[in-house]
Design a protein around this ligand. Structure first.
Ligand SMILES: NC(=O)C1=CN([C@@H]2O[C@H](COP(=O)(O)OP(=O)(O)OC[C@H]3O[C@@H](n4cnc5c(N)ncnc54)[C@H](O)[C@@H]3O)[C@@H](O)[C@H]2O)C=CC1
Ligand SMILES: O=P(O)(O)OC[C@H]1O[C@](O)(CO)[C@@H](O)[C@@H]1O
Length: 385
């Protein structure tokens, strides 16, 4: 069995790659980072080190890597012959992966079983987004190609921090992982991957994950950074920050209970386990990594605005989420393009060339009629000074 995995970064090697290896797939990593591709091809194996209580090392073998920018035809050929395609490139990059899938499906024999495609990104219905791009690029050819692939949405959860430069392609991860996949697209032919759960309806799971793990982690990063901390551990050791994270998560939990019927007790347990994971002392993680790409994280369907908007529509509390959003608005990270762009936009509000209304609409995607809009505009005015 062969899997082509796009994005040989932290989650690619430390989560998807290792599980596909354990499932018996030959993994062909495809990435645009030439040095990473070369390093993977120079290695016979790499080690996934689980840091923290109960952690163990796993050796991954049986992989290759291809530079998809330099050798798109080779990637298409691999996709044409593969059983499975996965991605972990970031939601904004999926549109660039779509062409490789279209090219691969064009070369794929109609006699082969459908290619199973899953985007393992932190976003609701990321695989649907990828499929939409594939359809758009395939255009009039889509009717001939559609039977050659099956697309399934997934939710992936494992903290894989930035790796120190001196460990090569080895990767340090937390021991915990969760991979939930929607079952319907596969019919009777589900991929057999260790530890994976199949569910008929993914929406409650991806929202529970995104609006708890990711809202909580990002809140720790933004509130921690605003308080002068550079690591997640130091942020959560600050009672002011951990109290702020818990306040935001109590609000998202209340929404998830109301919307999806999770029990309040289960959500309290889920939150506690997650905060424990964030505090893992063996896992070095920084506020700049966890807070990366604040524009994405502040967008309409993401971990802050989506739950806060729904909570506001239902008349539920959003003060904790607003405090985290406010901290996100002032997030400074010199090497992060989106953080720099956000600060430039906020400076324009300060100078008066952009109004707080325009900024709020642009960053959050909310219309002025939305009940959350005036609350965020107030934070924008305060942060812009
Ligand atoms: N790191 C984590 O703890 C978790 C990350 N995720 C999600 O996984 C995805 C990847 O995150 P990380 O692995 O942390 O990021 P990363 O930056 O470590 O890895 C991304 C990889 O994608 C590659 N890439 C970029 N453009 C590409 C293209 N056009 N074609 C092929 N490869 C390309 C990059 O060179 C890089 O190696 C994101 O959507 C993230 O939200 C999900 C759960 C946990
Ligand atoms: O690109 P994003 O959305 O920040 O994804 C990485 C996040 O996902 C998580 O691993 C949670 O699964 C967090 O550790 C991390 O902050």
């Amino acid at each position: 069995m062969k899997a082509v995995h796009f994005g040989a970064g932290n989650i690619g090697r430390g989560f998807v790659g290792v599980l596909l290896h354990q499932a018996g797939y030959e993994v062909v990593f495809s990435d645009v980072a030439a040095a990473l591709v070369d390093a993977l091809n120079a290695a016979d194996s790499y080690t996934v080190r689980e840091a923290g209580e109960g952690g163990r090392d796993t050796t991954v073998t049986g992989f290759r890597a291809i530079n998809s920018a330099a050798e798109p035809q080779a990637v298409a050929q691999e996709v044409a012959e593969a059983h499975l395609v996965t991605t972990a490139v970031g939601p904004g990059v999926l549109k660039f992966i779509a062409q490789h899938i279209v090219d691969g499906l064009q070369l794929r024999s109609a006699q082969l079983p459908p290619l199973q495609v899953m985007a393992c990104e932190n976003a609701v219905r990321a695989t649907d987004t990828l499929r939409g791009e594939v359809e758009r690029l395939a255009g009039s050819q889509w009717p001939q190609l559609r039977a050659k692939a099956t697309f399934a949405n997934t939710a992936v959860d494992r903290i894989v921090p930035g790796q120190s430069g001196d460990t090569g392609v080895d990767v340090t991860v937390e021991p915990f992982y969760e991979w939930v996949i929607e079952s319907a697209p596969f019919g009777g032919d589900r991929p057999q991957i260790p530890g994976v759960h199949f569910v008929p309806d993914l929406e409650p799971y991806i929202e529970r994950k995104l609006f708890t793990v990711n809202t909580g982690h990002a809140s720790a990063a933004y509130l921690g950074s605003a308080a002068g901390h550079t690591t997640i551990a130091a942020s959560l050791a600050d009672p002011q920050v951990s109290g702020g994270v818990e306040a935001a998560l109590r609000e998202t939990s209340a929404l998830l209970v109301a919307k999806h019927g999770f029990s309040a007790a289960d959500m309290a347990e889920y939150r506690a386990a997650i905060l424990q994971r964030f505090r893992n002392p063996a896992l070095p993680d920084t506020t700049t990594r966890v807070g990366r790409q604040p524009l994405r994280k502040l967008s309409r369907k993401e971990r802050f605005i989506a739950p806060a908007a729904e909570a506001a529509e239902l008349g539920m509390g959003v003060d904790g989420l607003l405090a985290a959003i406010s901290a996100a608005l002032t997030f400074h990270a010199p090497e992060d393009d989106e953080a720099a762009q956000l600060q430039r936009a906020l400076a324009e509000v300060h100078q008066g060339s952009v109004t707080a209304d325009e900024f709020t609409a642009e960053i959050t995607g909310l219309g002025p009629e939305h009940p959350l809009f005036p609350r965020i505009r107030e934070e924008v005015r305060r942060c812009a000074g």
